[in-house]
Design a protein around this ligand. Sequence first.
Ligand SMILES: [Zn+2]
Length: 288
Amino acid sequence: MADRRGFATADRPIRAAATHDFGPTVRLDAAASSESNANPTIPRLGTESGRGSRRTRSARMPDDQGMDAFEHLEAAEAIVRAGARLGARGLIVAAEGNLSIRLGDQLLVTPSGFRKDELSVGDLLLVPLDPDEPSGSGAEPTHGDGHGQPSPQGTGSRPSSDIAVHRAVYRARPDVRAVAHAHLAASLGLTIAGERPNPDDLPETRLLLPRLPFVPLLPMGSPQIAAAVAAALTEEPEPFATAVLQERHGAVTVGDTLEAAVNRLELVDLLCRVRRDALLIEASRRAR
Ligand SMILES: [Zn+2]
């Protein structure tokens, strides 16, 4: 059965799967329902690669935990759209970047080692907000996200190693519903050169991105960088910042929707590109 908008509903079986690193990771695989594929009003989801289904352990969505499967699928589709948008804008390359949405006391996150602009709903992973939550999970992850390699075939997907940052942000900011991260190229160059763009430089970023705190280089995925980003996003005065610039590591942005967080990533990128261009023009003038 589908709801009036044609999405799967809670009474539609949705396979969930495999646990890995950080707790009871669940993989969405709506396409596992042959019924949905037979109904032209139901979008085919998670069929692009079939990666999920091969490693899928038959289970039901966690609606026994009160999770609303409709909300869950909407979030998954929002992540897929956001990844495609970041790719279309040239803001991510290879397997860089990561995205998440808060769903109650769980997070729907992008997997490590996958291109974020070619994701299917079935690639996404559900992890607990609290990493100490009891689970049947396996070992802690190696460093992943866009910084690592795809998990070996057959070992299952891992959530981004930056999941520590996402968790720290959600714990520190109850108002935040979504987190986005990308290695914005212009920001990498500026921070390597010791430059820090100022949102006051542009009317739009002054209005929409009034603060851009800076976090110095720290090991990716470490508790230190997670704490530093969360602290930057809760630094007084209110309203708190919605974006953080990381030295040589792009930006982390937040929002009450993933679209809002991705909009802020684009604004940080714009600000950095404009600042870079201004520096180049100034240098050119001096050299004349
Ligand atoms: Zn990163």
